[in-house]
Design a protein around this ligand. Structure first.
Ligand SMILES: Cc1cc2nc3c(=O)[nH]c(=O)nc-3n(C[C@H](O)[C@H](O)[C@H](O)COP(=O)(O)OP(=O)(O)OC[C@H]3O[C@@H](n4cnc5c(N)ncnc54)[C@H](O)[C@@H]3O)c2cc1C
Length: 369
């Protein structure tokens, strides 16, 4: 089979590698460079925390496991950063989608029932993990999720694209797909902005928040409910000042490698959606960071990014082939950083073997028609 994968974010690059390394003739088409879409602008926290309902939780949990399996498979995965996640924000809208609002206590209790590693730490124990963080005078306990961490998305996408090339995939960068070719009822290839047509037996739509536009080119309606997300990168903070993902009441923070810290909060996502000036929000997030981490007094904005989360309209992953449109498939989802090692692997397996993976049973593209 000749397969064209459109989009070299964490999903498409990973899919191209999985297909090419199993002998499929693969072309990865990307209008920019790898990770120039959402993957390069993500908070990139891997977790199955606050993922509901249970089937979506299990998919994300399997996503976490797949990152560990990938490390075993490749020997080293320099994009994968363990360390856990400390949370002491109580009852705010804190999940990325902003949809779930619940008290931290209820969430920890539910995750414990599901046997997810979630526990309470006294502040003294939390300070041992993060000696530079000011948890505040009123906080007695924090929640600790030891198996969570963060992924360097651009590093992962670039590594997957390189591995795809090493396995024989053709990489086409600066190549925008402007049309999807059909031959009768079948999708038969893509048309690039320069007029070139790349013929294919299968086109996989991994175009992130642009996946609806790509789907429309094939005559498919893929409703998305995208949200804007804002991440500020901060420099001027000595290495090791903070060591893991943390969710404080008014700020989400984590190390970002290369001497940077990544900051995020839903309040800024919402503010910017409402038209506030992003640079003003970047400055506010840095001020909050300095309050939580007084040792970071020289912190300053390095850069900020504004990106769109690729969320199918019902909030759930859409992954696999679409039987009603032969030659077409897609992987479109929020939390693709968490599931960036899993989805490409299992969808590639389905494509090659024709065997449906039960994990994806409730996440099929055909629910949108
Ligand atoms: C602020 C923010 C915070 C987030 N936090 C988290 C988090 O903590 N944990 C988590 O798991 N997820 C998080 N996410 C979501 C996660 O980042 C995304 O789910 C993931 O990056 C999507 O990857 P992707 O490969 O599907 O899409 P993308 O990275 O967007 O890649 C799609 C690619 O397709 C290319 N493309 C599009 N159209 C065309 C075309 N016509 N022709 C050629 N190329 C095309 C684009 O250029 C792009 O490179 C967050 C997202 C945001 C915005």
């Amino acid at each position: 089979m000749r397969i064209v994968v459109v989009g070299a974010g964490v999903v498409g690059a990973g899919l191209a590698w999985r297909l090419a390394s199993q002998g499929q003739e693969t072309v990865l088409v990307e209008r920019g460079r790898p990770a120039t879409g959402t993957t390069g602008s993500s908070f990139s926290w891997y977790n199955a925390n606050s993922k509901r309902p249970a089937d979506y939780y299990r998919l994300n949990l399997a996503g976490m496991g797949a990152h560990i399996a990938l490390r075993e498979e490749l020997g080293e995965t320099p994009w994968y950063h363990e360390g856990g996640n400390i949370v002491w924000s109580e009852g705010e809208k804190w999940m990325d989608s902003g949809e779930i609002e619940d008290a931290l206590e209820a969430r920890v209790a539910e995750l414990q029932r599901w046997e997810y590693p979630a526990k309470w730490l006294g502040v003294a124990a939390a300070e041992e993990l993060e000696p530079n963080v000011n948890f505040g005078d009123t906080v007695e306990q924090v929640a600790y999720f030891r198996t969570e961490g963060w992924i360097d998305g651009p590093k992962l996408a670039a590594a997957m694209a390189q591995r795809a090339a090493d396995a024989g995939a053709e990489l086409r960068y600066a190549a925008e797909v402007v049309g999807i070719e059909r031959s009768g009822e079948r999708v038969s290839g893509v048309r690039l902005a320069n007029g070139e047509i790349i013929a294919a037996d299968l086109v996989m739509n991994c175009a992130g928040p642009w996946a609806d536009k790509l789907a429309a080119m094939a005559g498919r309606t893929l409703p998305l409910a995208p949200t804007l997300g804002f991440v500020t990168r901060v420099s001027g903070v000595p290495e090791g000042t903070i060591n893991r993902v943390m969710h404080a009441p008014s700020l989400h923070m984590r190390p970002d490698g290369d001497g940077l810290i990544a900051l995020h909060h839903h309040e800024s996502d919402a503010g910017i959606t409402a038209g506030d000036e992003p640079s003003e929000w970047a400055r506010k997030l840095v001020e909050r960071f300095k309050r939580y981490v007084p040792a970071a007094s020289d912190a300053r904005v390095s850069r900020w990014t504004l990106a769109t989360r690729p969320i199918p309209a019902d909030g759930r992953t859409s992954a696999g082939l679409l039987p009603s449109l032969p030659g077409y498939g897609e992987i479109v989802t929020h939390s693709a950083i968490t599931m960036g090692a899993l989805l490409p692997k299992i969808v590639a397996h389905e494509i090659i073997t024709g065997e449906a993976d039960p994990l994806l049973a409730n996440f099929r593209p055909d629910r949108f028609g």
